[in-house]
Structure formats: C-alpha cells, structure tokens
Design a protein around this ligand. Sequence first.
Ligand code: 5AD
Length: 350
Amino acid sequence: MNLDALLKKSLIAGDLSFDEIVYLLSLTSPDDIKQLTEIADMVRHNFVGDGIHIRGLVEFSNICARSCVYCGIRCENSNIHRFHRYRMPINEIIETAEKIADEGVKTVVLQSGEDPWYTSEKIAQIVYGIKANTHCAITLSVGERTYDEYKVMKEAGADRYLLRHETANPDLYKRLHPGMEFASRKKCLEDLKELGYQVGAGCMVGLPGQTIEDMAKDVLFVRDIDADMVGVGPFIPHPNTPLGNESCGTMEMTLKMLALIRITTRNSHLPATTAIGTINADGRIKALRAGANVLMPNYTPLKYRDDYEIYPNKKFITKDPEQVDKDFEVQLKAIGRKIAVDYGHSYKLP
Ligand code: 5AD
C-alpha cells in the first residue's frame, strides 16, 4: 500500500477499508505516525473546529457488580486497606453538579460502577434535580441497563450516555468480562440510540491478547454505529486485578487509534482521556493534536477521588479542577485551541 495515497484518502473522504486501517495502525516510523496524526488534526479542524468541550466528571459510586478483569473497582477487589467502597448521597451528587455548572461548565458526566443501589428511578431523581437548578447537559455512564430503565432516565432529562464497547472482538470481550457478551453490549448501544440519547462508545488500546486487526474492528465498529462520542485510552494494568502483571497500552498505538477514529468518523466527539494523560505527561495535549476535541476534568469531591481507582496512578486525582483548567488553558492557547462555550452537543444531530 502507498502511504501518501492513503493519507490523501484520509483527508479527503476518510472512507478507509479494514485492510487500509490495519496498514495504518501498523506504521512504526515516528515520521509516518506524525503524518497520520497531522491529517487527523486537519480533519478535526475541518469537521469540529478548534473549540475544546469541557465535561465535568463526577464519579459518584465505586461499587460494582461486575468482574471485568482489567478494572480496579471490579467486585472481587477487596483490598480494603487502601481502597474503600463509597456511594455519594443523592443530594451531594446534585450539589456537586451545581458547583460544576456554577463554574461555567456546560456538561456534567455522572459515572459509577454498575451499582444496583442507584435504580433508574433514583438516577432519574438525580437528573431531574440537576436539571431543575442548572442549564447543564447531562451525560450518564452507569453501565448496562434494560431498555425501560434507559427510558426512565431519558425521560427525566438525560441527554447523553457513555458505554464503551471496550473491544469489538467478541471472544476477547467474553474473556475480559466474565458473564457478559458483546452482543448485549451492542444491544444496549442500539437501545440508547433508539431512545434519542447522544451515545458514546469506545475501547481500550493494548489490552492483553488484542491484535491490530481487533483494533481495526474497533475503528469500524464506532464508525458503523455512528457513535456521537468515542472514548479511547490505553489499557493500564491494575495490581489488584488478574491482569496486574500485563503490560500497558502504548502512547503511539493510542494516538494512531485516535487519529484513525477521527479520520473515519469525521465529526464525532473524541476526549483526550485521563488514561492517556496518565501514561505520558503530555498525553492529553498530544491526543488533542491527533484528533481529540474534548476534555473531562475530574470534579469528584476530593474525599472520594482516590478510591475511584479503575487503574493505578490515575492523574489529576489531587488537583483542584479549576487549577487543571488554568494550567491547561495556557497550553491550549499555545496550540491554537480554546475552551468552547457552547453545550458541545453531538455534531451528528439532525
Ligand atoms: N486501564 C485503562 N482503562 C480502563 N478502564 C477500566 N479499567 C481500565 C484500565 N485498567 C476504562 C474502561 C471503562 C472506562 C470507564 O475506563 O474502558 O469503560
């Protein structure tokens, strides 16, 4: 295959085939990777502009019924000497969201483990409470639920839903998620779309046993379901999980994935994730220059923050979120970008 021709196709139409994506994901020369990310940066500029959308994240419960083998808050992790399970009271979640809104952030993301204590009715109550007192868009990220539960939360006013597909290889999916199926994951994403949520999918990069072909499938999966948002970050081994001794996903592969998702999806929202900022000090800035256009600063109250340890050494866990923004704004300005002031709704809405 000819790299120059593929880069041209990436810029002009972005309709890459599976084999072409595999070829581009296999690039190893820093120069070639740089060219690919530069194309993604141009596509980002052309399709979603230079604004960076801020989503204020509240991790409101680290209690989880699932056993995902990579995740530090999996239910089997009972290392209570350095890890406490918590549930934020409903009022405190609403107050935290109001604080985020007061700072001018237009989207609140409410994320938790799959915690059955928060029934769809309770989450609806939270969404309703936030909507009554703020003008925020609300994104939920509370895992797999039934169509009817998603409906209750949507009717209460939720705008968006994040449910990463994690990997588009059904066998790998099954190995990583005991008792779960890729088909059910896909059904949840379809239900969410049908109910009118703006939907976020996404995957990890560099999972043990994940091949380049698997990652090419991830790129095509998010393109084919027409995801409004796509969260992509490197796998980071957590010591209290079965994958604790595996190696980390790399910066290069994560940037290539971001670039290819930008190129193929054109106008999706792509966050520069905390995970990429964790494996490399400049990770988030590099991600923003390889296709990303969203940041999700952590607004979880400090007393809970280090217990939401899905992977170790998670960055930005002690920093005051305001400070994160100020440091970052300086760096953003330096690369010609600015914080967007609108809601940052999906560009795919009719
Ligand atoms: N490394 C990187 N990302 C992880 N996630 C969970 N555990 C890890 C880990 N060990 C990601 C999953 C999940 C999101 C909230 O965090 O993709 O969907």
